[in-house]
Design a binder for this molecule. Sequence first.
Ligand code: ACO
Length: 312
Amino acid sequence: DELALQERFDARIDAGDFIEAKDWMPDHYRKTLVRQISQHAHSEIVGMLPEGNWISRAPTLKRKAILLAKVQDEGGHGLYLYAAAETLGTSRDQLLHALHTGKAKYSSIFNYPTLTWADMGTIGWLVDGAAIMNQVPICRCSYAPYARAMIRICREESFHQRQGYEALLTMMQQGTEAQKAMVQDAVNRWWWPCLMMFGPPDDQSPNSAQSMRWGIKRVSNDELRQKFVDATVEQAKVLGVTLPDPDLKWNEERGHWDFGTIDWDEFWRVVGGDGPCNRERLGARVKAWEDGAWVREAALAHANKQAMKEAA
Ligand code: ACO
């Protein structure tokens, strides 16, 4: 009965077992996973837009090829993740409908504009750097189809992060004064929104306790944010840029970098739909869906014809 199933599930989670699609799971576990995985998928797909903006303006053929490959990877990540969400019994149409009607969330970070070429490098270095920090622990998520998708995604994210850092390093070491200033300006604009990517502070994160209990989340929002700051400060030194936080200071006692206060009002505003580019991003996704209607109709007509042929 239900109680025995629940007990067996809890015991498996406690033992560090992975749960597969066909295994029994509590409703709330399933819902939490659909919520997180579909938001994650939407983030990948919406995340293609700010960078897609620069493909036709990349400064060299090499940079263009790299950017094209990266944006294509993000499309692929979205597809692995939609497929993982589908194993939980929610259809792709339902997931996309929730995105297009503004019901589903996607990462706040993709609602900021990409104003210069240095934004491409900075997104790789900081946005993808933050994404990796958050995503590596998800490779051990208790839901196996999600964990498996994340292993492949993290390998590709690592390339994304490196290509961004390398693009910035080239500008900082071989660029003109104007190019160096462009890098610093991009870092100034992206730093704080990147810290917000990890989600609200632990004591204000409604989903954390249960998700940690279930092994969906392995490391908390604040802990990941701190790890990201600690890793990034050193990388900024090598790059020769300053991080825009006067309170950034090594704390000997904690063995971590202290950092300033995050503007959580801005975070909730952006999550709530009122960031600099929310309307533009959602509009672009809805338009792509509508523009693709003829493809879906043609595919359906073709499938029906094939089925009729087989029946005849
Ligand atoms: N942007 C938008 N919404 C966010 C963000 C963010 N940066 N951080 C938290 N939220 C939302 C949560 O989705 C939740 O809303 P919901 O209950 O309606 O879903 C609410 O704020 C409260 O947050 P938490 O209780 O902390 O939510 P959760 O436990 O799901 O943790 C986190 C949030 C850390 C983002 C988690 O969902 C996660 O690890 N997701 C997978 C990684 C991911 O989505 N990455 C996308 C960006 S990286 C990339 O695509 C390149």
